[in-house]
Design a binder for this molecule. Structure first.
Ligand SMILES: *[C@@H]1O[C@H](CO)[C@@H](O)[C@H](O)[C@H]1NC(C)=O
Length: 227
């Protein structure tokens, strides 16, 4: 009897831990809402943002306007992300969700990148996108890919390197939903070749199996050597 109780209790503990781990990304809200403010004195930090006095909260804290307006895609990669996260919609603080509009020029791309804090659910509104993500080393770096048309959705699991490429000769538009108020983004090429200060090119030459001058060329392209 004692052993059965002990087993039951340890099973319960494991279950509680599993539940805790399963929701260990953005914590659930502990009140109706918690509208973000910047710490006026930059002395204290919290995991997320401070909450505005609820009495001072208004509908504008939960509002963003302009997702109907295409971003300017006239840049090196031919895409533009308009992100709505806790930085520009303060009411998202502690809610664990955010959204982005992504515009693609014909043959433009949202280059390989990863979101450290969130999965991404992408929906295509206009155009045709060649999308994909690569799984971890442990999984054999498998490439999961699909061509998406208007109305199609695709999910990029948290942490996986992924991209979207507009294979149509007309502009494309997609919306992305995130399970974080602040998913974060690491664009692979910019992070590796455009870091500040630059990573020693000997390191990158060996890592990418390239010559040092090829690495230095890439570092120039991504601006690392000007930082
Ligand atoms: C994205 O579009 C906005 C609005 O047109 C523009 O201000 C911004 O510079 C663009 N960003 C990039 C990376 O091109």
């Amino acid at each position: 009897m004692k052993t059965a109780t002990a087993h039951f209790l340890s099973a319960l503990a494991v279950l509680a831990l599993a539940t805790y781990i399963a929701c260990a990304y953005d914590p659930g809200p502990l009140q109706d809402f918690c509208v973000a403010i910047d710490d006026p004195k930059d002395i204290l930090f919290v995991n997320g943002r401070f909450c505005k006095n609820p009495k001072l909260v208004s509908a504008d804290d939960f509002f963003f306007s302009g997702l109907n307006i295409p971003g300017n895609t006239d840049n090196a990669v031919g895409s533009n992300v308009t992100a709505v996260n806790v930085d520009n919609m303060r009411g998202l603080n502690t809610l664990g969700v955010s959204i982005a509009r992504i515009d693609y020029a014909p043959y433009g791309q949202n280059p390989p990148h990863t979101h450290p804090r969130s999965s991404e659910l992408l929906v295509v509104l206009e155009g045709t996108l060649y999308v994909g993500f690569v799984s971890s080393n442990q999984d054999g770096n498998r490439f999961f890919t699909k061509v998406l048309y208007k109305g199609d959705a695709f999910v990029f699991p948290i942490g996986m390197i992924h991209f979207q490429f507009n294979i149509g000769k007309t502009p494309a538009v997609a919306f992305a939903a995130f399970g974080s108020q602040n998913p974060g983004v690491i664009t692979i090429a910019n992070a590796v070749f455009g870091s500040n200060p630059p990573i020693n090119p000997d390191v990158l030459a060996k890592a990418f199996q390239l010559d040092k001058n090829e690495i230095e060329y890439l570092q120039k392209r991504f601006g690392a050597l000007n930082k």
